[in-house]
Design a protein around this ligand. Sequence first.
Ligand code: ZN
Length: 451
Amino acid sequence: MKQWKRSMKGAAVIGLSTTLVFSAGAINGKKGEPGPPDHANGKGEGPKAEEVENVIFMIPDGFSASYATNYRIYKDGEEPIWDDMLTGMIKTDSADNHVTDSAAAGTAMSSGEKTDNGMIGMSPEGESLESILQKSGKEGKATGLVATSTITHATPAVFGASVDNRDDEVSIAPQLIDNVDVLLGGGRNNFLPESEDGNQPEENLIEQAEQDDYSYIETKEELEEAESDKLLGLFAEEEMAPHMERPDEEPSLADMTDGAIDSLSQDEDGFFLMVEGSQIDWAGHAHDAAWAMSDTEAFEKSVEKAIEFAEEDGETLVVIAGDHDTGGMSTGGYDEYKANPEILRDVSATGDKMAAELNDKRSNAAEVLEQYADISPSDKEISRIEEAEDPALEINSIVSEHAYVGWSTSQHSGTDVQLYAYGPSSDLFNGLLDNTDLPKQMAEAMNIDWD
Ligand SMILES: [Zn+2]
């Protein structure tokens, strides 16, 4: 963590010049338009101490401050790896809304442009935008995407595709093959033709990828054995399993991160890799606090892999930022000064799985909660589950109440989210940035022109 401490010192100086530049802007009447982050000012202050060859951009989808706090308590005294990597916060609004979706947030974080919710790698007017991954590829760097959703889902898609509707995963799949060297995640169906129960009208994109020198893999074991610098790993027909329910043959997010780094680091020109903890967001939408914590843990293990590599390599910048908050999670709630997320460690199934274990009359609700959540529900809680329109949501609400994890929406919220960085040039990520600043700062770190 030596490099990190060094960059912290530089950050204090840059922070000071930020204040000066912003107040000068206000005098010139540029209020509300502070311009690009003035870390650019740091440019004239001398050469960069270290070169950045590789960038690993890690996005825990939906992860905001309350997730970080609850997770710290959940870990029971053990400090999460990112706690001493915090450099700032980012604003998350999209072009058409104070509350972004993952498509617009991802587009901002990959292309540096705000767009409307739902758009993938495109401006609101429908113009295709070039991502930091694509710019890195043009510089001869190897490129990769890792996710536990379908690999064609919004957050990975924005780095290698442009479509005007995030649900159009059928159009996203061939673009990813054209633009990205290593693709690891779920969503095999979006690469197979209808004649093989897939979603592509005619094409078999897996066969096409193999003709294009990709090694195609489907299991954790095949990933461990893979040696190619071009990999297409599709480990589930649709999304991969939640971390707490993951079958042995599926690689974990950490396994995929490791595999992607192994493959990409064969390139002498360096690489750009994006890793998404996709399901933290889904857990937030479902108010499933245990799933959120468990998938945050899976994400932390993948960050450990990235930091391990970066530490040894010395020329790798690791940046971590959620794209928005999901669910308006709180630490504590329910009219008490109390938080108890550590009980979530004893939960072994998602609310969806628990609901699926209920019998027709839901008369086994108490047994299900005892078995999978280690909670003995009250009579009132049992009848809430029996009468619920959505039993999974009701189970998740009860578990959240026991953990004192609050929720304010089933959608996203517009709050700022934390920004973390490790390695050379991590001081470029200091302060309150906009989500559109991130790819530009990464380009600057890698000496790639941004126009
Ligand atoms: Zn979401």
